[in-house]
Design a protein around this ligand. Structure first.
Ligand code: PNS
Length: 176
């Protein structure tokens, strides 16, 4: 039987619990799922593409059929290069619908053979976006429960490099 590969494109700056929820759902219905990080989406990203890739590689390591990659240019061109037949996107609320519909129809115009598949993340993630996570963190709010613990730590280090330095200098238990 033909294997179905899908790409899950996005900025993932940073990856959130909503993204991870969608990856888990996508990995169940597609044979292969490629989480595809768009390079150069934002002029001033919080994390470099390499940092985002490293985080997503770690966070998805337990999914046997999920890979992480980066791409430039049109999503549809990347999908064809990756031999994918579907683009996975998440819809959290009605407010996402208009933009997502526009993108899906534009992508269909560019490459009619590619299908966009929408999935809904669990409702407890329906208000989470990378943009709000960055904003809350930058203004000193807690992003616990919004992102995986490892991302929370990376965001903290990014916003306050002194934290990383403190951790490196902390004497290990038993060592003085
Ligand atoms: O995480 P985001 O910002 O919601 O992801 C948006 C993304 C990367 C899927 C979209 O901006 C995109 O596909 N960009 C690549 C350029 C492209 O193909 N543009 C035409 C889309 S209709």
């Amino acid at each position: 039987m033909k294997k179905v590969t899908a790409i899950y494109p996005g900025s993932f700056d940073p990856p959130t619990n909503g993204h991870l929820d969608l990856i888990a759902r996508g990995s169940k219905i597609f044979d292969e799922l490629i989480v595809a990080i768009l390079c150069n989406a934002e002029k001033l990203p919080l994390f470099s593409v390499a940092e985002r890739r490293l985080m997503l590689d770690n966070l998805t390591a337990h999914f046997k059929n999920v890979q992480v990659d980066t791409f430039d240019g049109l999503t549809v061109d990347y999908a064809l290069r990756a031999n994918a037949s579907a683009i996975l996107r998440g819809i959290r609320a009605i407010s996402d619908y208009e933009y997502e519909l526009q993108m899906a129809l534009m992508n269909r115009k560019l490459h009619p053979e590619l299908e966009t598949v929408f999935m809904m993340p669990a409702e407890q993630y329906s208000y989470i976006s990378s943009r709000l996570v960055r904003e809350v963190a930058q203004l000193g709010g807690s992003i616990k429960d919004l992102v995986p613990e490892m991302v929370e730590q990376r965001v903290r280090e990014k916003l306050d490099p002194a934290i990383k330095l403190k951790d490196v200098r902390k004497p290990k238990a038993g060592k003085r």
